[in-house]
Design a protein around this ligand. Structure first.
Ligand code: PHE
Length: 340
């Protein structure tokens, strides 16, 4: 019996040394510890042994040895399996550049930044202003009293409390004059709203950029100089412009500055209402009443103001034929602009 136990101990060790997988280990376990395995066989053989106690202890010793060895080997195979899984998995690499869809700037943002840069270079500050204003800011302070026919052109959206969505960036003029006094050089880009039927060149929501310069001896020639400099910088070429007289209650004299339509080259197209020209920048010398309302000494100071159509400018600059594309939220058209 002793010899048989020793023989099994050696054969088990040999089998374990050869074992390469969890499945093989299970086969060994069944062969030795299973119901019909070698240990069970030894137990059966006990019947014919004289010293049952000693033999029983020896068999149990071998059984415990085999159980422990199998448990340890099993543990090793499991650990190896996990390590293999980790090794074969795609490694996380924080520096890896993956393909991502990059967003792009809205063309209005690009145009705004460009115009701001030009004016910043000429000593203007850039001001932020509200979209919700009151009647005084949008009209009264700009020499447009109630029942003035000029209000017809600027119907807008009114809030229950009497405030309104600003119809033009000029609504900030009064506040900015009061804030800084004279001399003053400021531009203020902003979103404007009007009750408007939409078509290829009209929108109910659009962007303007207002500019104001107030100082001693400011004249129309200063106005023309700044407008021309700005436009040729933005378009990177000499832009054809024309000045027509234009009426706005808050400027005197007032002008319409038109630029040659860049989409059709002046031939006439829906974007320019077939005229070859696009109204881009109404402007003029600030009306003395408006200056007074802003607390500016009209004996000493004069100034000019302009209301650049930023949305129109972006249409010209990027060849956008339909103004409605800007607010469409269509990634197809908007993603064509510079990536971030
Ligand atoms: N605020 C005017 C408009 O939107 C434009 C304008 C601005 C005219 C400044 C003259 C001076 O129609």
């Amino acid at each position: 019996m002793k010899a048989r136990i020793e023989e099994l101990r050696l054969s088990f060790k040999a089998a374990l040394a050869e074992c390469k997988s969890g499945a093989e280990l299970e086969e060994i376990r069944i062969a030795y510890l299973g119901k019909k395995g070698h240990i069970a066989e030894l137990m059966k053989g006990l019947r014919d042994v004289a010293d049952k106690k000693e033999a029983g202890q020896l068999i149990n010793g071998l059984k415990t040895e085999i159980e422990a060895a199998i448990a340890e080997a099993d543990e090793q195979f499991k650990r190896a399996a996990i390590e293999a899984q980790v090794r074969s998995a795609k490694k996380y690499n924080p520096t890896l550049v993956t393909e991502r869809e990059l967003g792009s700037y809205h063309p209005i943002t690009l145009a705004t930044r460009e115009v701001c840069d030009v004016f910043l270079g000429m000593g203007f500050t850039v001001e932020n202003f509200d979209e919700i204003v009151d009647d005084y800011q949008c009209f009264e302070a700009l020499n447009i009293p109630k029942h003035h026919p000029a209000r017809d052109m600027q119907d807008t959206y009114y809030l229950d409390n009497g405030q309104l969505l600003k119809t033009h960036t000029s609504a900030a003029q009064n506040s900015i004059m009061k804030k800084y006094g004279a001399p003053l050089r400021a531009i203020f880009p902003g979103r404007c709203f009007r009750n408007e039927s939409t078509d290829a060149c009209h929108e109910n929501t659009f962007f303007q950029m207002e500019g104001m310069m107030i100082d001693e001896n400011i004249s129309i020639s200063n106005l023309i100089y700044f407008m021309k400099t700005m436009l040729s910088e933005v378009f990177q070429r000499d832009v054809k412009v024309r000045l027509r007289p234009g009426f706005f209650p808050f400027v005197e004299p007032g002008f319409e500055l038109d630029i040659n339509c860049a989409i059709c080259g002046g031939e006439g197209c829906p974007s320019c209402k077939n005229s070859g020209w696009l109204e881009l920048c109404p402007c003029g010398m600030i009306h003395p009443r408006v200056l007074e309302e802003g607390g500016i000494d009209t004996e000493k100071y004069t100034g000019f103001a302009f209301g650049l159509g930023l949305t129109r400018l972006a249409m010209m600059k990027y060849g956008v034929k339909d103004i409605r594309d800007f607010n469409s939220g269509s990634l197809k058209s908007l993603s064509q602009f510079k990536s971030i």
